[in-house]
Design a protein around this ligand. Structure first.
Ligand code: NDP
Length: 315
């Protein structure tokens, strides 16, 4: 495929629910998709514990298993899956024009009439001193990946959204105490998760609290938090700090090629996945600052494949 430089119909960038759903639909429409898995194969769901709100799984399903199933389903319809990083893209301005996706090796270029971007989003940093230094040495973005290292110890989770409460719930089963630090006096998380957390004895919630210092020399030893209501600071000794304060869209690769909003999300035409470049479509979290659910990502992945199929028919 790469050697004779055949021009493809559909290249998908990203392997979360949006990417794999796009692949399943594109493959079944005979568009012979090529899918780049990206830096986190399977996307963010692979670092989630149990997915309870994806329809069709009455007992829930693990994030990893769900994504493995999606991959198998895409492969069943002959999606070509590539595990190489993309270094650059060129998107044509012409209707029916040829887009290019470059890999590390300069000879390795894929040309395609259609591109579906499903690169998702990545967790945000607090922007504090020592946060990056201690990444992997106490600071983490993934309880399922790193919780085991803190078995029987005390840890903190920062954030008040669904991710933070999921992480706290998971860690409560492994750790002695979980300190949940929330900057407002209420959660942003769903009522169902709030209820679940309220029933766990070893999750201690600190509302109106901001983290002011990350402590330790070579690895994390504790944090200082400040209560903005009663103006009291306190130190919490912990071995793990799990940051769950939201996400930023993965759009760096497309900055000079596509219209992005002020937060960096790809702008699509309302009710579609159409970007400002003909033949380039965006699905999932990379274009959705609002819903950001696995099911909505999968839905827009389907839309992107249908939008591309229609575009190719009209070219
Ligand atoms: P959210 O953006 O929903 O929540 C981020 C949380 O972090 C908020 O409580 C926010 O506070 C807080 N925060 C942001 N910046 C800071 C900061 N600098 N310092 C301290 N706290 C900060 O992100 P999530 O990752 O939780 O969720 C993203 C999406 O994924 C949501 O749509 C969510 O519903 C979905 N999701 C669903 C799950 C499920 O259904 N089981 C599981 C996980 C995620 P504030 O409220 O003050 O802004």
């Amino acid at each position: 495929m790469l050697k004779n430089k055949k021009i493809m119909d559909c290249v998908i960038i990203g392997s979360g629910p949006a990417g794999y759903t796009a692949a399943i639909y594109a493959a079944r429409a005979d568009l012979h998709p090529v899918l780049f898995v990206g830096l986190q194969p399977g996307g963010q769901l692979t670092s989630t514990t149990k997915v309870d709100n994806y329809p069709g799984f009455p007992a829930g399903i693990s994030g990893n298993e769900l994504m493995e199933n999606c991959q198998k389903q895409a492969e069943r319809f002959n999606t070509i899956i590539i595990h190489k990083p993309i270094t650059k893209v060129y998107f044509s301005d012409q209707k029916g024009g040829i887009h290019r996706v470059y890999m590390e090796d300069k000879e390795n270029i894929i040309e395609s009439k259609g591109i579906i971007i499903a690169t998702g989003s990545s967790p945000k940093f607090l922007g504090m001193d020592k946060e990056k230094k201690f990444l992997g040495f106490g600071v983490s973005f993934c309880a399922t990946c790193d919780g085991f290292f803190h078995k029987g110890k005390d840890v903190a989770v920062i954030g008040g959204g669904d991710t933070a409460l999921e992480e706290a719930s998971y860690l409560s089963k492994i750790c002695r105490n979980v300190y949940l630090v929330v900057r407002k006096n209420y959660f942003r998380a769903s009522k169902a998760l709030q209820y679940r957390i309220s029933k766990i004895n070893n999750v201690n919630i600190f509302f109106c609290s901001q983290i002011t210092k990350i402590m330790g020399d070579n690895f994390l030893e504790g944090i200082q938090i400040f209560n903005t209501k009663n103006k009291i600071s306190q130190t919490i000794l912990i071995s793990g700090l799990f940051i769950a304060i939201g996400h930023s869209p993965n759009t760096k690769l497309f900055q000079n090629q596509l219209n992005l909003d002020e937060r960096g999300y790809i702008v699509v035409e309302k009710g579609s996945t159409i970007t400002n470049k003909p033949g380039v479509f965006a699905a999932g979290d990379v274009q959705d600052p609002t819903y950001r659910q696995a099911i909505t990502s999968a839905g827009t992945g389907c839309m992107a494949a249908l939008d591309l199929e229609k575009y190719l028919c009209l070219c």
